[in-house]
Design a binder for this molecule. Sequence first.
Ligand code: SF4
Length: 334
Amino acid sequence: MSGNLLELNQLSKRFPVRKGLFQRVVGHVNAVDGVDLTIGRGEIVGLAGESGSGKSTVARMIVGLLTPTEGTVTFDGEDVSKQLGTLAFKRRVQMVFQNPGSSLNPRRSVADALKVPLRVHGVPSSTWAERIRSLLEMVELPATFAQKYPHELSGGQKQRVAIARALAVQPELIVLDEPTSALDVSVQAKVIELLLRIRDELDLAYLFISHDLSLMRNFSDRVGVMYLGKLAEMGTSDDLFLRPQHPYTQGLLASIPVVSEAEEALKPTQRHLKGEIPSPANVPSGCRFRTRCPHAFDACREVAPTFHELSATHASRCHLHDPALAGSAEPTKA
Ligand code: SF4
């Protein structure tokens, strides 16, 4: 049996493109294209990348909101590809969304919101009051909050209730899709602290989706950087943020604001990313990053790069790591 809690194997999602009066399918878009990813028990793995990179589509497939077109999902050593989204699997994997306001019913009190997963998953009603009290304690809200309604809560408090609701069924993995991006910076930090404490106490694993690289650096054990549906680079937080190797990661990091001279010294010297991420309906040939890459050379137009292992923890999908091709690397106009 694998030691990983979650294992994605060549996970892909293709959406049909429809046109005309009769909405005929005229093509397909590969929103996620052959993603391999593992998450260990108690580990926090981040997925970074611009909008359109496919990171949220990966998250939605794991929790069963989208059906993968290809690939497998293994959980605790068992192939669960056909169980994604079932009640049994939802008990093990929960999701916290970006906007806590829209994920809470305005007509339901906090206690009622927390009862929903308990009822759905067959938890005996005699234990609900105690469970609700301990869930609120876990997310550092007073027990009196059980009687409050969403309009009486701040954004941070709503997100704490959403986290408590995800914890209600004692999952092993929580998918966090931009969980703090709708919150003020000071509130963000508190929610992140809370999530870290809960992870330590419950040995939970998180898949953390965010476009905020500063947050990702402080929160995640390992990080994958996605570009146009594929992983471009994968490594520990230190691999990615101190020794970024893929030109896309370097470009992303160059755009993070820094707060000290020491951080400035660590920043990649590459200039900011140019242009926009292309449409997934129009993926460039060869390396999909080549239209924006300052290092692109002839082979990048023809040959799609594979992952090159740079260390036991670090891999990057770029021809510059392939000694056979990098020798001919004279930058060209993409
Ligand atoms: Fe740039 Fe070529 Fe590497 Fe792609 S394979 S990231 S275009 S150098």
